[in-house]
Design a protein around this ligand. Structure first.
Ligand code: KG4
Ligand code: ZN
Length: 344
């Protein structure tokens, strides 16, 4: 059995975890940076990088202490090597390289998106390849066929904003604070989801992709009109997101060979309304629905350690010259989506 230390630092969570290849989480240390960024209403890359640099070493020490281990007991050191805010990514990757070199252990450079994509397998031993994955985070909204470790077909992506980004911007417009996703979800529980007429971008479109920018602009107009309660706008926004995701999922599922499981991952997978919709969608199509526990949906070290464990088992390790990648698509062969630029 292999023991993997995993480091995460691609956005505003600094994390270190130790996971064994039999799916045991031996230690899991995490420090959020919300207080550093709150005054700015969003993550400030330079502040994030500095905080990662301060927090990473103590978190690695804490994880090793929790597991009752030293670096000698670890078989490999994994770190997020992209995509993400490059200053932060470099902190985690350079720390992992230094530890790997000092301890004479292999380095595993993990794609953060693969960390999310494989995380459901950490908690569900019955989840086998292939599966259909909806990856919804602050930077991404993608539908993927997960064929195996390092093997993905991207079926759809967003042509503008990511879902989490839409939640965060909505929260900012509505004055609900930061981080936005959980704040919008809380407000939505007190609101009427039918109160505010909002668009469903690309619903029914004859292409697979997602779009959320127009929805965010509509939220701004609804708010500025002064006609609606904040809770009603939040609830109506969340409902529009749910309907868009369901419609786009339906489009792709109708066009691919059936897959046994529908899996959701990424920070937005913590949203209960979205989880409920996906669970019903899967049940209606005789697919298993797998959603990681909430703590494993948002960024953490365990998902990076687990992706490291999967890669290690497949014989995939990396050289100490591995260069951090601000953009790193899971499916490099996917056709560019209209208007999407170079997301991921
Ligand atoms: O995966 P993640 O932790 O970081 C990225 O890799 O982006 O995702 C963070 C995103 C943020 O946009 C946050 O607002 C959103 O996930 N999020 C949520 C919820 N919890 C976190 N969005 C909707 N509902 C939630 N409960
Ligand atoms: Zn993430």
């Amino acid at each position: 059995m292999a023991i993997i230390l995993g480091l995460e630092s691609s956005c505003d969570e600094t994390a270190a975890a130790i996971v064994r290849s039999d799916r045991t989480i031996l230690a899991h240390a995490l420090a959020g940076q919300e207080d550093h960024h709150r005054a700015f209403g969003g993550v400030v890359p330079e502040i994030a990088a500095r905080a990662h640099a301060e927090l990473m070493t103590p978190l690695v020490q804490a994880a090793l202490a929790d597991a009752g281990m030293t670096l000698d007991d670890v078989d490999a050191i994994a770190a997020t090597a992209g995509p993400g805010l490059i200053g932060g990514v470099m902190v985690g990757l350079v720390t992992a390289k230094a530890l790997a070199m000092a301890a004479g252990k292999p380095l595993i450079a993990v794609n953060h998106l693969e960390g999310h994509a494989l995380s459901p397998r950490l908690v569900d031993p019955d989840l086998n390849f292939p599966y259909l994955l909806l990856l919804v985070s602050g930077g991404h909204c993608q539908l993927l066929r997960v064929n195996g470790v390092g093997d993905y077909n991207r079926l759809a992506t967003t042509i503008d904003d990511a879902v989490g980004e839409a939640f965060d911007k909505t929260a900012k417009i509505l004055g609900l604070g930061f981080p936005g996703g959980p704040a919008v979800e809380r407000a939505a529980t007190n609101g009427n989801s039918a109160a505010v007429p909002l668009p469903r971008p690309l619903k029914g479109a004859d292409e697979p992709h997602f779009s959320f920018a127009g929805l965010k602009s509509a939220v701004l107009r609804a708010f500025q009109s002064g006609q609606y309660k904040v809770d009603d706008i939040a609830a109506s926004f969340q409902q529009a997101v749910v309907e868009c995701l369901r419609d786009r999922l339906q489009y792709s599922v109708d066009r691919i060979d059936p897959l046994p499981a529908l899996v959701v991952a990424g920070g937005v997978a913590a949203n209960i309304a979205i989880r409920d919709m996906l669970s019903e969608f899967a049940a209606a199509r005789a697919m298993r629905f797998v959603a990681p526990p909430l703590w494993l949906c948002t960024d953490n070290g365990a998902m990076i350690a687990w992706a490291g464990a999967e890669r290690f088992a497949a014989g995939l390790t990396d050289g100490l010259d591995f260069v951090a990648r601000p953009r790193w698509p899971l499916d490099p062969d996917a056709a560019p989506a209209r208007g999407a630029g170079v997301k991921a």
